[in-house]
Design a protein around this ligand. Structure first.
Ligand code: SF4
Length: 296
């Protein structure tokens, strides 16, 4: 189906709304995860921290405020139905404009700067930002946009290690746990650990990002072996007792998600990306006829 010029206006409007929604409205699965963490917590300090987080979410709801001051780097995961006839350049332009509009019209802090001069355009955009990932979907007329504001405390805790096959699964687990210990409180626990296994160096890190930011908290990998590894790592990470905001307790991670790809015969890459406790995301599905469904 051929889209009209109105469709790009709709993409711009939707991208803007999604950024604001993601900053203010915590997904239901994350709210459930935080409450479950509170129920499980045994440390007094851990309970106080989790209680503060739950209060924070309540205040953000009642006063329509941002959940966290860190407005993050804007990331969009876009799924394009192969039956939509559209200009990818105009689509991208609309998402960039929507990002800028959200920032200046709301308004909220632009957290995006150039790497050398640290120049801030004050609209959350810049060269190659927002980050936009595309995926194409067979037999679909829909355009799905998932918006993720990625805070720096968790994004700074991103690591790639090119292990070798001889390191085996034991080496992979060891590396993940050692890296988590080194992170301490930095990624604002209790967090979601995203693990990328396999691929090339760049694909491995992208898989880790998909794992940490796009899935519902209680989702399991569809491959039973991967799902088992997710559970084993979750238990091992929580046994470290880093706890909420690193002040001790049984809730360091609310979830471990793994995404994988085949890799080279001589490689064994492991990517780690963390999503902090307010695992913010907002989703919209745009139909070619202009209807929109909002979700998370
Ligand atoms: S890492 Fe997350 S929780 Fe921590 S300051 Fe940034 S957005 Fe907020």
């Amino acid at each position: 189906m051929e889209v009209t010029s109105d469709f790009y206006n709709l993409v711009e409007e939707t991208s803007s709304k999604l950024y604001i929604k993601a900053l203010k409205d915590l997904p239901p699965d994350v709210r459930i995860g935080l409450k479950a963490a509170y129920e499980r917590e045994t440390s007094t300090t851990g309970l106080q921290i989790l209680n503060t987080m739950l209060e924070n979410v309540k205040i953000a709801d009642s006063q329509t405020r941002l959940i966290c001051q860190d407005t993050g780097i804007p990331i969009y995961f876009v799924k394009v139905g192969d039956k939509l006839r559209l200009s990818m350049c105009q689509l991208e332009e609309a998402i960039v404009k929507g990002t800028a509009r959200a920032t200046t019209e709301h308004p909220f802090r632009s957290s995006v700067v150039s790497p050398l001069k640290r120049q801030n355009n004050q609209n959350s955009t810049g060269y190659r930002i927002p980050v936009i990932h595309y995926q194409f979907v067979k037999d679909s007329e829909d355009l799905e946009i998932l918006m993720v504001p990625k805070g720096s405390g968790s994004e700074n805790m991103s690591f790639l290690k090119m292990l070798i096959p001889a390191d085996g699964l034991r080496g992979v687990k060891r590396h993940i746990l050692e890296t988590i210990i080194g992170m301490g409180a930095n990624p604002c626990p209790p967090y979601t650990v995203g693990i990328g296994l396999g691929g090339t160096s760049d694909l491995c890190m992208k898989l880790a990002k998909i794992a940490s930011t796009t899935r519902e908290l209680d989702s399991k990998n569809s491959d039973p072996e991967m799902a088992e590894l997710e559970q084993e790592l979750l238990e091992a990470i929580n046994s470290l007792k880093i706890g909420p905001m690193g002040l001790g307790g049984v809730n360091t991670a609310m979830a471990v998600h793994i995404e994988h790809a085949y890799t080279h015969i001589t490689q064994n890459p492991v990517g780690i990306n963390i999503q902090c406790w307010p695992a913010r995301r907002a989703r919209a599905i745009l139909k070619a006829n202009g209807n929109i469904e909002y979700g998370y």
